[in-house]
Design a binder for this molecule. Structure first.
Ligand code: SF4
Length: 369
């Protein structure tokens, strides 16, 4: 793919207006192109048939609809979970996951190829850091998801599963979560540019509440986000209430220990009025004991700010030497938090059969090749 061409998903509406003006096109052409990108989810420049043929030909010569190549889409959960595998121009692969529920549709987006953070339980960490994704790369993943939903509505994929019935696929994408490969705050400016693009009321028009960014706990990123004009949802990967254990699981904790992270989370909740989510992967014998549940409840209840714990039965990643908590341990852990009055839920597992569940994204196309 020609990387010299303009990636249309990297262009703001202002950039498009300038390009069209430079090409001698009337002002309304930029609006037409923007509509094709963000309300019609055009799959190619050729598909933009409301544009004159000469303009389309010029656009094909000088621009591209994304620079990533979609190399595979794997389906799990009877088609209700879909993993897209993308190849970047340099050959690296990244992944995105679309999950359809009766009342919502969520896409989990990658922000980096590989990741430098080194969390021991995560498949992506094993790749190391490969490269940051551009705003357009993140937008491209979201538009893919929107197109998949559009296609599903025409051709329902599931009967009698998860209460989704033919004709009952959500009408559009409702949530974008930056929880795929990479740490979004390590690529803050590009990540934020993608949020602004997807939020634009003249384009994709997704509300601030529809975005969730998940961080391993980079406090400067949380502080920067506090000043941002859109109060998006913040999720913190916590995984234990003990510093020593967290540092062993997540090296970032040595730099940003738990007390500082909780203080930053509390400040974010106070500043934005939003509830902060804490992600907690349950790993057998590591962080799933009654003592850990008590420590977690003490930590979060002491601070008295609106928060919620997402308990995630950890998905096995080969070679880590770690094991998934039993169902009984997960239920006991939740019951202990419930007993203490800490809001929590067990996350529904999706995509385990296609290596698309939390912590499993690893550019698996490359592996299978
Ligand atoms: S869990 Fe997230 S931050 Fe940690 S290594 Fe994996 S992708 Fe990176």
């Amino acid at each position: 793919m020609d990387t010299e061409k303009i990636n249309l998903y990297n262009a703001s509406s202002t950039d498009l207006s300038s390009a069209m003006a430079d090409w001698g096109q009337p002002a309304f052409r930029a609006r037409q192109v923007y509509r094709q990108l963000y309300t019609r989810y055009a799959g190619s420049i050729e598909e933009m048939t409301d544009l004159p043929v000469e303009l389309r030909e010029r656009m094909i010569g000088e621009s591209t609809l994304g620079t990533m190549e979609l190399v595979d889409v794997r389906k799990g959960d009877q088609g209700l979970t879909r993993k897209a595998i993308w190849r970047l121009p340099g050959g690296e692969t990244i992944e995105s996951v679309l999950m359809i529920y009766p009342d919502r549709a969520t896409v989990c987006v990658s922000s980096q190829a590989g990741c430098p953070m080194g969390c021991v339980f995560c498949a992506t960490a094993r790749l190391g850091f490969l490269q940051n994704l551009s705003p357009g790369d993140m937008v491209q993943q979201v538009i893919w998801a929107a197109r998949e939903i559009q296609a599903m509505k025409d051709q329902p994929v599931a009967k009698n599963t998860h209460r989704v019935r033919p004709g009952n696929v959500p009408p559009h994408l409702t949530n974008v979560v930056f929880m795929g490969m990479g740490e979004p705050f390590n690529n803050y400016d590009n990540w934020w540019a993608s949020v602004e693009r997807l939020h634009d009321p003249d384009g994709f028009n997704l509300g601030a509440r529809s975005f969730t960014v998940s961080t391993v706990g980079l406090i400067p990123g949380i502080e920067k986000l506090m000043e941002a004009p859109l109060p998006v949802n913040l999720a913190i990967s916590l995984h234990t209430a003990y510093d020593e254990r967290r540092s062993a699981l997540m090296p970032v904790n040595r730099r940003y220990p738990i007390a500082d992270l909780i203080a930053a989370s509390r400040a974010y909740a106070a500043r934005t009025g939003r509830r902060v989510s804490f992600e907690y992967c349950l790993i057998a014998g590591e962080n799933d004991s009654a003592d850990e549940a008590e420590a977690l409840a003490n930590l979060l209840l002491e601070e008295r700010f609106p928060c919620h714990v997402n308990l995630i039965p950890w998905n096995p990643v080969a070679g880590t030497g770690l094991a998934r908590s039993t169902r009984a341990s997960v239920n006991t852990f939740k019951a202990l938090l419930d007993g203490r009055g800490l809001p929590c839920s067990i996350r529904i597992q999706r995509g385990v059969d296609i290596d698309a569940a939390c912590g499993q994204l690893a550019g698996s196309y490359a592996e299978k090749e």
